[in-house]
Design a protein around this ligand. Structure first.
Ligand SMILES: NCc1[nH]cc(CCC(=O)O)c1CC(=O)O
Length: 296
């Protein structure tokens, strides 16, 4: 029996996602046994500050990267949207999943059916805050950190009027019933990679056992969305958004670019062959940046 060890964050969502990968591998390979090894990351430990103040996405992957390098694990399973745009070349992304629902959603406190305008909406990412202002111009936003369960607890205790979360996480946790409004990707462009799982491994170990898990459309979308964000250097704190839809051999990529100097932002769209996601992502990034700069 060959054994593969998956490194995972220890939140319930992370474990559920790792179990999905474990199942896909074991269902397609009778001779492989998969074990999940969980750990707390710095991003999970520091909950009193917003992510952009403490160093961004990297904080969720550092400990998992170290376990891979130390050979304590063979692969790491991540939500692609939590992955930095540049991954170390010794630890490449080996596979991308089929995409779960990519939309952001509104969640109300348990038993509540209307939005209480006297309380803020819980939402920490600048990407969501910026786009929410258009949808609910008279609502305040207030930061909320912690894993999905922690955030829902804070919501239900009455601190917030609502939360904005990713549909994907709620659905994977069996909490779909808590969703009260879906935002279409055009009205709230999701984060690059939202809804896609990424499997990271060690260079030189191709992970042939991930073939059945891998999804080509997920891969095309990931490449285009991440090229857009990378080109804008949308590190962790800038509210860039990117969402690609792949149909047949075509890709439709939407993006949002925010200019930190002027506070202006621009949304746009580009279409082209699915294999050219990298080039399309870069073209859209350049176009939106030029439009923003030319308005000055
Ligand atoms: N930022 C945390 C995070 N990372 C991935 C997901 C959801 C699952 C996904 O996008 O695949 C979430 C929760 C959320 O934003 O609501």
């Amino acid at each position: 029996m060959r054994k593969i060890i998956i490194g995972s964050r220890e939140s319930k969502l992370a474990v559920v996602q790792s179990e999905m990968v474990k199942k896909a591998i074991e269902d397609s390979h009778e001779d492989i046994e998969v074990e999940i090894y969980t750990m707390k990351t710095t991003g999970d430990k520091i909950l009193d500050r917003t992510l952009d103040k403490i160093g961004g996405k990297g904080l969720f992957v550092k400990e998992l990267d170290k376990a891979l390098l130390d050979r304590k694990t063979d692969i790491s399973v991540h939500s692609l949207k939590d992955m930095p745009m540049e991954v170390p070349k010794e630890l490449p992304l080996l596979a991308f999943s089929k995409r779960e629902d990519p939309r952001d959603v509104l969640v109300l406190p348990q038993g509540v059916h209307t939005l209480d305008k006297t309380k803020p909406i819980g939402c920490s990412s600048l990407r969501r805050i910026l786009q929410l202002k258009e949808l609910y111009p008279d609502m305040e936003c207030k930061s909320v950190r912690g894993n999905v369960q922690t955030r829902l607890k804070k919501l239900d205790s009455g601190e917030y009027s609502a939360l904005i979360l990713a549909a994907a996480g709620l659905k994977r946790l069996g909490l779909e019933a808590r969703i009260s409004r879906y935002f279409q990707p055009e009205e709230m462009i999701p984060a690059a990679g939202q809804g896609i799982l990424a499997v990271q491994g060690r260079a030189g170990e191709p992970g042939d056992y991930l073939k059945e898990f891998s999804d080509l459309e997920g891969f095309y979308a990931a490449v285009a969305e991440r090229a857009f964000v990378r080109h804008l250097d949308g590190g962790c704190s800038s509210p860039v958004a990117a969402h690609a839809v792949v149909r047949e051999k075509e890709i439709v990529l939407r993006g949002l670019y925010y200019d930190e100097e002027t506070g202006k932002y621009e949304k746009g769209m580009i279409t082209g062959p699915a294999e050219e996601g990298e080039t399309l992502g870069i073209s859209l990034a350049q176009k939106l940046r030029d439009t923003c700069k030319n308005q000055e």
